[in-house]
Design a protein around this ligand. Structure first.
Ligand SMILES: [Zn+2]
Ligand SMILES: [Zn+2]
Length: 139
């Protein structure tokens, strides 16, 4: 708990029980969470938290560079702890989101493309995940 507060303070985020509960939801899940999932996890620590509060905390955390918003699903955003840039794969069958690591192309190695400077990137891929493919084969 102490450590978490320090991480938030370092990012100049005022520490509140609500913010801590949202942060801890990500710390625990270590994956991609929708606002609803964050809301449900946060409610376990702070029962009075509202979905609106969760949204504004998510927005704040993204602005501070703590979280990254993933818009792989146009109907709802997912969020994850910010780490090195990577692409995402969404399975059309089970709706799970996976991190995908691909060889870095030359533009990303030099961080420039057509004279523009790249400081972040995200690619979205859609299809059938390995788990669903294996499940299908067994049938
Ligand atoms: Zn799947
Ligand atoms: Zn990811």
């Amino acid at each position: 708990m102490q450590q978490t507060s320090e991480i938030l303070r370092e990012l100049k985020i005022k520490v509140t029980p609500q913010r801590l509960s949202v942060y801890l939801a990500f710390n625990k899940a270590r994956g991609h969470l929708s606002a609803d999932e964050v809301y449900r996890a946060a409610q376990k620590k702070v029962p009075a938290i509202s979905l609106g509060t969760v949204y504004s905390i998510l927005e704040n955390f993204c602005a501070k560079g703590l979280l990254r918003e993933i818009k792989i699903d146009f109907n709802k955003s997912f969020y994850e702890m910010k780490k090195e840039p990577h692409h995402h794969f969404s399975c059309r069958i089970c709706n799970k989101i996976f991190d995908v690591h691909m060889p870095v192309c030359s533009a990303l190695r030099t961080n420039t493309v057509d004279g523009h400077i790249i400081d972040d990137f995200q690619g979205y891929f859609y299809g059938t995940c390995a788990g669903c493919l294996n499940g299908k084969k067994k049938k």
